[in-house]
Design a protein around this ligand. Sequence first.
Ligand code: IPM
Ligand code: MG
Length: 386
Amino acid sequence: MEPYIVDAQEKFTNLLKAQLERVERMKKQEDFIQYDQLDTIVIGIVGGDGIGPSITHQAQRILEFLLKDEVEKGKIHFKEITGCTIENRAKVGKAIPDDVMEELKECHVILKGPTTTPRKGDRWPNIESANVAMRKELDLFANVRPVKVPELGIDWTFYRENTEGAYVLGSEGFHVTEDLAMDFKVITTQGVERIARAAFEFARKNGKKKVTVVTKANVVKTTDGKFLDICKEVAKEYPEIEMDDWYIDIMTAKLIDEKRRTQFQVFILPNLYGDILTDEAAEFQGGVGTAGSANIGKRYAMFEAIHGSAPRMVEEGRDKYADPCSIIRAAAMLLAHIGYTEKADQLTKALDICTVTEKKLTITGRDTGATSEEFADYIMETIQSL
Ligand code: IPM
Ligand code: MG
């Protein structure tokens, strides 16, 4: 046999072993952590890179303001984690340095600013994305992304599978020969069951009538086919909810079909389709900068802004003018997730007042607009006046 085939086979064997071990870990997984049963909930604050530390700090101030009593009583503890920067990650050549990973694991929930994802040809080594690594390592399988535009009748919640699909081996494909490159897509029974169940449970608790599964199962028959089949199985446990399924290409079109799009409520998608469709969806709401994103697992959960780290703003000294609204929205999702729904509602309401209805301050990203600190103050004043 040609040596490159032997070499490729060995690499593939190792990938299979690692994925089968992951399946075994999923089988043994316990149920979701109960925050009300913890003495102290540890909230990790990860600034990230670029404008990240600046905007995340503002979100932290708001959380500290809303959780003042809980912090005094010892029910909540904030833990700042500063080492998750692109400089540190590049230095150790790892998506997340080991000491940072240890600190992350001491938290229950994490608020995370944007982290730079290197790509081939830029000035950083081409290490794996910190987002992707964190989702994998902390097993944050459900990427929940709500998009609401009331005036257009849009109220969507996306359940994007976050630990499998095209992403899980995204940094582990290989060049078999000079001419042949291979990447891998992975779908497991356990992985689909848990994301499907999370989406249907959300639908049931929130009185949603329809769940839409998006794949390309007509072409990518094995993995997307399995994804769809398992979603159909899980749907049988929720007879009061209608399930329909669409292919990703026509789904991207239907999101701009004004008559059709208002009928969708909850979506379940494999990782990459979820990545793409949620950016499209966020655009109706005002762009990715307006959306927050929850990454939920059974033991850990991480909440983040879905925009990038805008290094140019920092180079030009404009980071203090960066828009903190996406990470503040993520902070509201964090509050709701750990059980402080009333505080989460207050924060969401204040955000809507400050960014849509009242808009006393505007953020322009430069000195022609408010600073992130002024905007955070405005949000806190608005909360007080509710
Ligand atoms: C997202 C982002 C990430 C992803 C990038 C930064 C790796 O686009 O959270 O949607 O592709 O998941
Ligand atoms: Mg994305």
